[in-house]
Design a protein around this ligand. Structure first.
Ligand SMILES: O=c1ccn([C@@H]2O[C@H](COP(=O)(O)OP(=O)(O)O[C@H]3O[C@H](CO)[C@@H](O)[C@H](O)[C@H]3O)[C@@H](O)[C@H]2O)c(=O)[nH]1
Length: 490
């Protein structure tokens, strides 16, 4: 079959930010678009193409990578750092951002060679320079925002009402104009949500301005999860908001689930699965704080001790970072791994998270509330123990614990800022972790109610992405919209 026949000449150029939490959902979106007979090219770098290509290889879908050389060493990054999670230190994040911005010129040089010319760009919102490319080629730029509509509406309110002006760091305030009473402190919000913050940068300002006037907005969420916030956000954006998630559900068999999140340092799936098979249904806590950890070694120790004290079996994923060495020393010195043998499985590196969450032995997910992890837990019907760290994660915690009623917080109080983590010391104690786990795993009425809600949402999420579901229809409408645009009808 020729490309022309199967694609009707629609060609989507997807440009993810170079971090797993941003690239993984875009790869999943590429698969869904290709299933709708759209040709898709994903712009990335050579090492990222190697990392994510196993997830696409066996699908037989029309998705390819446009590999751009990454100018990391030109800005002083070590060789081989092409993804945010591979930086040896978070202090290199700004340099990493500079290198990512330099991709603009490199992409412009390759753009004319793309065949057929892209019908639109789907760009991660943290790549504001893709606007210039879209303008140059007169094609729509769709923003891919990997976060929820709840977050969008909260952020809009914080900006428009200026409620944070003059507030102290730990003073509690209510986010104005929301359907729910959401209480936060300024300390729980990163600069992105705080227009009067000293940390707010010109770059973030530009991202925000561009978002509000972008052509369309694609959201990795489903309408039924946060209907009131979806409606509100559509009003703010004048209707061009497409909830097409949960994108992770495009991987509908075990192999796909594992492949879609594979990395070169993946530990054996079999090891995790065998271990889970040996535990009763709903008994295990899975603890993983995302792909770009900023947790201090001291806090990781409290996490480990809390897991142990809960007396529930657990899988604890320890990310490879500059903290990992200190944590390893503590583990060895205290004989922790030996002590929890049989009860706790410690894994270093990258695990097949979606596959683990879908295992029936998992009873709770201790998460940092990254939006992908949050949605993946919803899709698996697993209640959460929430320990937000940075970005919009405190907002996600509010949605999970308060609005959806499917989680219990460990009581984290403030955002951890890049490069300042060590100042904070221990804020969440092992007793806090233990208490939250016990509440989630509780066999009483409250625990049962949380589990029931989580299971109900799992069903709705799975329906949304299937043929005829809300997200399935939204993806079709988005494609239709771009088709009409390409035909000069809007
Ligand atoms: O061992 C691991 C660790 C992570 N993952 C996957 O990696 C992704 C992690 O994404 P997320 O949970 O969103 O966390 P972050 O990587 O921290 O995500 C960043 O990007 C998200 C989307 O914009 C934001 O919601 C977060 O706040 C921000 O930190 C998920 O798909 C996980 O399944 C694995 O498969 N194996």
């Amino acid at each position: 079959m020729t490309l022309k026949l199967i694609t009707n000449d629609l060609h989507f150029l997807l440009i993810p930010f170079l971090a797993p939490g941003h690239t993984i959902p875009m790869i999943d979106m590429a698969k869904l678009l290709a299933q709708q007979h759209v040709m898709v090219t994903i712009v990335t770098t050579p090492l990222n193409a190697i990392r994510y290509s196993p997830s696409l290889k066996k699908t037989g879908l029309q998705v390819s990578f446009l590999e751009l050389p990454f100018p990391g060493t030109e800005v002083g990054l070590p060789e081989g750092c092409e993804s945010l999670d591979t930086l040896p230190s978070p202090n290199l994040a700004l340099k990493f951002g500079d290198a990512v911005d330099m991709l603009q010129g490199i992409l412009e040089q390759s753009f004319d060679k793309l065949e057929p010319q892209p019908s639109c760009i789907v760009s991660d919102k943290y790549l504001p320079w893709t606007v210039d490319i879209a303008d140059k080629y007169s094609i729509p730029r769709i923003v891919f925002d990997g976060m929820s509509c709840f977050k969008q509406v909260c952020a809009h309110s914080l900006y428009e009402t200026k409620v944070l002006d003059g507030l102290g760091e730990s003073e509690t305030f209510v986010v104005p104009g929301l359907p729910d009473r959401i209480e936060l402190t300024r300390a729980q919000l990163p600069a992105e949500f705080d227009p009067s913050s000293r940390r707010s940068s010109a770059r973030l300002e530009r991202v925000r301005e561009i978002d509000m006037c972008s052509y369309d907005m694609v959201i990795n969420s489903f309408e039924e999860l946060e209907q009131e916030y979806v409606n509100e956000y559509k009003k703010l954006k004048k209707g061009k908001v497409w909830c097409v998630g949960p994108l992770s559900l495009c991987n509908d068999n075990e192999k796909d689930m594992a492949q879609s999140r594979k990395s070169s340092d993946s530990i054996s799936e079999k090891k995790c699965m065998d271990w889970l098979d040996s535990h009763p249904h709903g008994s295990v806590i899975y603890a993983c704080l995302g792909s770009v950890s900023r947790v201090t070694a001291m806090q990781l120790v409290e996490l480990g001790l809390g897991l142990e004290a809960s007396n529930h079996p657990f899988i604890w994923v320890i990310r490879d970072s500059d903290r990992a060495k200190e944590v390893e020393e503590w583990i060895v010195k205290n004989g922790f791994e030996e002590r929890v043998k049989g009860k706790g499985l410690l894994v270093r590196g990258w695990v097949p998270q979606v596959l683990i969450l879908s295992h029936p032995s998992i009873g709770g997910f201790l998460t940092h509330c990254g939006w992908n992890s949050t949605l993946e837990s919803v899709c698996a019907g697993v209640p959460m123990i929430t320990w937000p760290q940075f970005a919009e994660q405190f907002l996600n915690e509010k949605l999970v614990v308060q609005v959806l009623g499917i989680g219990v917080g460990v009581g984290a109080q403030s955002v951890v800022h890049w490069g300042e983590e060590e100042k904070f010391g221990v804020k969440v104690k092992s007793e806090d972790v233990e208490e939250a786990i016990l509440k989630v795993m509780d066999s009483g009425i409250e625990g049962a109610e949380r589990r029931k809600k989580a299971k109900a949402l799992e069903k709705i999420a799975n329906r949304a992405i299937k043929e005829g579901g809300s997200s399935y229809m939204n993806l079709k409408l988005l494609i239709q919209d771009i088709r009409e645009h390409a035909n000069g009808r809007n």
